[in-house]
Design a protein around this ligand. Sequence first.
Ligand code: VGL
Ligand code: ZN
Length: 198
Amino acid sequence: MPHYERSTALIVVDLQNDFADPSGSLAVRGGAAIVPFVNTQIADALEAGAFVVYTQDWHPRHTPHFAQDGGAWPVHCVQNTWGARLHPDLAVEGPVVRKGTFGEDGYSGFTMRDPVSEETIPTELAGLLLERAVTRVVVTGLATDYCVRATALDAAALSFETTVLAGAIAAVDLKPGDGERALEEMAAAGVHIEPARH
Ligand code: VGL
Ligand code: ZN
């Protein structure tokens, strides 16, 4: 099991109703099932004095991220709606970093992309980690093949020692195998994949 220290941050990615609830508009199979395990990780992290931080997809009603506006996705995680709320069973014990607020695209908790200029815009996540002298991050949440993948790859690129907990993630799998391929890609980038307990 992952070991937490004061220099560790547990990042809980997009554990929101639209992804985690079976009736959410972009429901990820097995999404709600990870919540209890994520909660035990949060408790372990806090006990060790580690930092716990959350990301939240937070889209306006219209954004080039949505199929209706020329993008790829059904409408999801619209600001101030049920779908955007963090799952009601999730223990929220730290700051929440929102992404997409001004219509940006992109999946990582660390960066957003301006859909028009394609410019990369940082979120406040890296600053929150550096403020606390975090050197290692543990990534959990949804979805393996999008926001977990992008967040873990960015964390590794920023030189954080990065672990993804295979028991605390779930994949959209738009194409079968996307989740597995994302795990291979993360591993190739130096991300440690902690196997799920059976
Ligand atoms: C995500 C698709 C669209 C995610 C966010 O959180 O993985 N996926 N927006
Ligand atoms: Zn989104």
